[in-house]
Ligand binder design. Structure first.
Ligand code: ZN
Length: 232
């Protein structure tokens, strides 16, 4: 006899199919947003276990770091690009949390990132309002489950454009504001090892600006982690 629970689950599955965000397969556990095949296919960098990796080299002479890593490689038309589209533009926060857990598990194992707190790189307030969330905060929440450290959202902020700035040209305004961060609560991170988190590292300019501001706190040690690395 088919149990009522099974009928209910099949019915729910028809209405709300629980499928892999990577490939659409329905062979995956209830708690996961990715099937095992897609998890295995993720292009891991293993930078977390390698000092002097390309991310650390990128910041040499720019930012004093304890360590830096990016979890995955990113290429166009790849699984990673597909997942980022689902996470950032289709609001799949469960997927973001799972990607964060995968980062956290890896960093915890590496033993090079034994930090006291996670800091998501802030978005401009208007952008966060429009998207409904900050992708870096979601990643931090997933990471925190493995790393057992708090996510600090109120330490550093990103000021919105002001009236006078909107009168300037768009590009000039962007140049003015892109790298602007304000350390609001330095005492929350003084004497701590913190890790600044974002979804991607490309030129590193924004992470550098935010990191420079965080380093103004007393005796703070800084590391960086991003979900992926766009090398080209
Ligand atoms: Zn899949």
């Amino acid at each position: 006899m088919i149990a009522f629970k099974e009928i209910k689950e099949s019915f729910l599955h028809l209405l709300f199919p629980h499928v892999c965000a990577g490939c659409g397969s329905d062979i995956l556990s209830e708690e996961s947003t990715l099937c095992m095949r897609c998890v295995d296919a993720m292009p891991e960098t293993n930078f977390d276990i390698h000092p002097n990796n390309p991310i650390e080299k990128k910041f040499w002479g720019r930012l004093k770091l304890v360590g830096a890593t990016a979890q995955y490689y990113f290429t166009k038309e790849s699984l990673m690009q597909h997942l980022m589209h689902h996470f950032k533009y289709k609001n799949n926060k469960d997927l973001g949390l799972q990607l964060g857990r995968m980062m956290g598990e890896s960093l915890k194992k590496s033993n090079r990132f034994n930090v006291d707190a996670l800091i998501p790189l802030p978005l401009f307030p208007a952008k966060e309002k429009k998207r409904g969330f900050n992708q870096a905060t979601i990643l931090c929440q997933g990471m925190a489950e493995y790393m057992n450290v708090p996510v600090l959202n109120d330490v550093i902020i990103r000021p919105q454009f002001t009236e006078t700035q909107t009168k300037k040209g768009r590009i000039e305004r962007w140049l003015n504001m892109e790298g602007k961060f304000i350390l609001k609560n330095p005492s929350a991170i003084s004497d701590k090892h913190i890790i600044l988190v974002d979804d991607v590292v490309t030129t590193g300019a924004t992470l550098e600006a935010c990191g420079t501001e965080l380093l103004k706190a007393d005796n703070v040690r800084l590391s960086l982690a991003t979900l992926y690395y766009a090398s080209h």
